[in-house]
Design a protein around this ligand. Structure first.
Ligand code: AMO
Length: 442
């Protein structure tokens, strides 16, 4: 008999079916053995009845996480037992025969139990099977797919950026070295230089790929390997075009999540955000004046926002401006990478932005310098050696249009969308200073 996915059983009432999946829970009631059986599509209650004694004998040996194939019949539940708000709450699977596909050792804890982050991470291959975590990673997959769909629909071309690089764009700190034959190479911290080069080839490009940051601190926002969703587009007027492109994506994402992930958001207890047609924008200095006026602590001369400022601005934006997203623009030139375009009105500030959402920065983006000479002089200002970037500079030497782009951290976005405090819980296999899967010895 062909396998029926558990979500489709409701259409097979009165018929025979074969299901495959994991034992979620077993409940014994005298001679009856009940199970919740789980597959990728959902759960169903199955029951082994005394009229199939062989099935009952096998049923009594099964425990959580055993993998089984069950043949049987889909019955309507007696009216008193119907659970209208549950998936398959109106049916029950009557087991006729059971084949064990894989036995499982006794679980160290019940799936779905609240665990501290370390225990959760130590046992990731199984803790990820819990409904909450399956939900998180389904949502994450939908985010990445929506990014692809949206930017494909806007005339962008996907490309794969290299992960092994020579000299790095984002400045010296935070780079992993890799032994590369007789040389030292690095792990890419961003596809930045390649996406700019690609503007000269395909005008509008995007990439979704892993990047690496050798940050020594362990926070709830930082990972040492994360997935960067990047775009870069040519022929823009200013960084405003980039913010508009990101707004378009977020609106598409919000709609897709409503269509495809409402159940996951309900299970996790999170709310899908509304995306206004125009996300509020303010300059760093405007934002700092507001914070200073409200909190009484003068931050108007700081070159960047502190995490507490980001949280404050998000609350302010949600309460006063009606948007959970807010763009902060015009960070000082000294704080931004060499490729960032300077504001014509005041070149000590850049035409770049951060996007804040639910208390955290989820994106950095900007217009870029496209003039070859300006770029060289910006490198020199930052004490970088243009010789080392001669490969990248060819794109500029031979004509690159005004362009810009952004980088959006997939795990941070997933965590914030789902109201998860620690980004590591929204990362499939998080790497941090103490852990690559297993804890590293100190
Ligand atoms: P930036 O370094 O600000 O910009 O990174 C962009 C976004 O990537 C995410 N992110 C991280 N997520 C988890 N752990 C980290 N250690 C981490 N670091 C960054 C954040 C952040 O907003 N090249 C530019 C982008 C551009 O201008 O196009 C860049 O990489 O969500």
């Amino acid at each position: 008999m062909n396998r029926t996915l558990i979500k489709d059983l409701k259409d097979a009432v009165g018929k025979e079916a074969s299901i495959s999946g994991w034992i979620d829970v077993r409940r014994d009631h005298g001679k009856l053995v009940f199970f919740d059986i789980r597959d990728v599509s959902g759960k169903v209650q199955a029951v082994a009845l005394p009229n199939h004694p062989e099935a009952v004998t096998v049923a009594q040996t099964l425990r959580s996480e055993w993998v089984v194939r069950m043949n049987g019949k889909v019955n309507p539940r007696p009216p008193k037992m119907v659970k209208a708000d549950e998936q398959n709450g109106a049916i029950e699977f009557e087991i006729v025969s059971i084949e064990v596909l894989s036995a499982a050792k006794e679980m160290p804890f019940e799936l779905g139990t609240d665990l501290n982050v370390d225990t959760y991470l130590d046992n990731l291959p199984i803790t990820m099977r819990a409904p909450k975590h399956r939900g998180i990673f389904k949502v994450q997959a939908v985010i990445a797919r929506s990014f692809r769909e949206y930017f494909n629909s806007q005339g962008f071309t996907e490309f794969q950026a290299p992960k092994l690089v020579g000299d790095d764009a984002e400045g010296g700190a935070g780079i992993f070295n890799v032994e590369y034959f007789k040389h030292t190479a690095h792990l890419a911290t961003s596809p930045q230089l390649y996406k700019q080069i690609m503007v000269g080839v395909l005008e509008r490009v995007f990439a979704i790929g892993n990047v690496f940051r050798a940050e020594k601190h362990s926070t709830t926002r930082h990972l040492n390997e994360y997935t960067s969703m990047d775009i870069e587009m040519g022929f823009i007027e200013s960084h405003e075009d980039i913010m508009n492109a990101e707004t378009g994506f977020l609106a598409y994402l919000s709609e897709t999540l409503k269509k495809e992930c409402a159940a996951e958001f309900a299970l996790i207890g999170a709310k899908i955000p509304e995306v206004p047609a125009k996300i509020p924008r303010m300059t760093l200095r405007e934002a700092q004046k507001l914070i200073t006026a409200e909190t009484g602590k003068d931050c108007t001369k700081e070159p960047d926002l502190e995490p507490e400022h980001e949280r404050w601005l998000c609350t302010y934006s949600a309460e006063k401006l009606g948007s959970e997203f807010i763009f902060i623009t015009h960070f000082p030139t000294t704080k931004r990478p060499f490729y960032t375009y300077r504001d014509e009105k005041d070149p000590t500030y850049t035409k770049g932005f951060d996007l804040l959402f639910r208390g955290v920065e989820i994106t950095t983006g900007a217009q870029r310098i496209h003039n070859y000479e300006d770029l060289i002089s910006s490198m020199k200002d930052k004490k970088l050696d243009p010789e080392k970037f001669s490969y990248y500079l060819q794109a500029f030497k031979y004509g690159l249009p005004p362009h810009g782009g952004f980088g959006l951290g997939l795990e941070r976005l997933t965590a914030k969308l789902l109201g998860i405090d620690n980004v590591k819980e929204a990362t499939l296999f998080p790497r941090d200073i103490n852990r690559i899967d297993n804890l590293l010895s100190q």
